[in-house]
Design a protein around this ligand. Structure first.
Ligand SMILES: NC(=O)c1ccc[n+]([C@@H]2O[C@H](COP(=O)([O-])OP(=O)(O)OC[C@H]3O[C@@H](n4cnc5c(N)ncnc54)[C@H](OP(=O)(O)O)[C@@H]3O)[C@@H](O)[C@H]2O)c1
Length: 311
């Protein structure tokens, strides 16, 4: 079946993470995300990415419960990722936040629980920055593993120095299993990727298509899916620009979580395991790197002590 074709990354926790997952940010219409999750799982997706911030956990939970009940998939076959939001970084807030996500998903455990950003705030809306150190959050995250609430823990939007700080912290019990960051052909993140590979930290690319239509991206951002070089490479393999971008990521060794709620595009994004980009085309893709970060919204907090995008 299709699902067998999706390769996995063995995490440093010993669990396997499928390299292609489904993004669910900004799927707000009722049933939109539930229907997408059902369609995706039926066509072989096993890795689902959500977050407390997205407010999609409840619908995802209902959709998955229905699929399990119908016998289409088992909980063990799925890899569910969610993230703790910036207003719960204080150690005493971490377990309640995790339990709230478990309740929203109606699940017994989370496969991978991430610190969404190194940035901490007193409120959900991010109006009051705080100086809570993510190292203290990390210690509380480790306890979630020991309590069996989560299988693996990781981070998101962390830069190399921030990963290094965790790796070097006193009494570290579990290394981050994953760092979820923006990666596109225009933002290759080669240095961070190589550092992470060397240290046994897997990487997941968010916004792989440049997040067209997503509200955290500038309307003036260049249209990655129309890049002539990517279009041209796609023609050679009879694949779409989206498929070339995903395949490029798989061959570089990171997982990708494209978002779609459209069944045709969901299927297209899964249909990337029957071709391989040549070494030359991989080099051409890598040369498109221009350090262009789409997540411009986060720059609003550039004075936060843990602002990550200033390496
Ligand atoms: N950790 C973080 O801070 C963070 C930040 C941002 C995102 N994320 C995660 O990463 C996921 C993916 O990022 P994203 O949703 O921002 O952006 P994205 O996956 O790069 O782009 C999604 C957009 O591309 C369209 N699309 C999907 N497949 C396509 C295809 N084959 N051809 C043409 N267009 C296609 C989708 O439209 P349709 O739905 O109409 O197909 C949607 O408008 C998110 O959903 C979220 O789970 C994490």
């Amino acid at each position: 079946m299709m699902a067998d074709k999706v390769p996995s990354i063995r995490l440093n926790s010993g669990y396997d993470m499928p390299m292609l997952g489904l993004g669910t940010y900004n799927s707000f219409r009722p049933n939109e995300v539930g229907d997408a999750v059902k369609a995706a799982i039926e066509m072989g997706y096993r890795h689902i990415d959500t977050a407390w911030l997205y407010k999609t956990e409840p619908e995802i939970g209902v959709a998955i419960k229905e699929l399990i009940k119908e016998g289409n998939v088992t909980r063990e076959e799925l890899f569910i990722v969610t993230k703790i939001w910036d207003n719960c970084h204080e150690p005493e807030k971490v377990e309640p936040a995790c339990r709230a996500s478990l309740e929203a998903l109606d699940m017994d455990y989370i496969d991978l629980y991430l610190i969404h950003f190194p940035l901490s705030f007193a409120d959900f809306e991010r109006t009051k920055p705080t100086a809570t150190d993510y190292l203290d959050t990390w210690r509380a995250m480790e306890k979630l593993v020991d309590k069996g609430l989560v299988r693996s823990i990781g981070v998101s939007n962390f830069n190399k120095q921030q990963l290094e700080r965790i790796l070097k912290m006193d009494g570290l019990k579990y290394k981050p299993a994953n760092n979820q960051v923006e990666i596109t052909p225009y933002l290759a993140q080669e240095d961070l990727l190589q550092f992470s590979l060397k240290n046994g930290i897997s990487t997941t690319a968010y916004g792989p298509f440049g997040a067209p239509g997503q509200n955290y991206v500038s309307k003036d951002a260049p249209k990655l899916l129309e890049d002539p070089t990517i279009v041209e490479i796609g023609r050679k393999y009879n694949k779409s620009p989206a498929q070339v971008i995903l395949r490029y990521g798989i061959q570089r060794g990171y997982a990708l979580i494209p978002k779609s709620t459209n069944p045709t595009r969901l299927a297209q994004n899964m249909d990337i395991f029957d071709f391989k980009l040549s070494e030359e085309d991989m080099k051409t893709m890598l040369a498109l790197d221009r350090g262009l970060r789409n997540n411009f919204q986060t720059f609003k907090w550039k004075d936060h002590p843990f602002f990550p995008y200033k390496e």
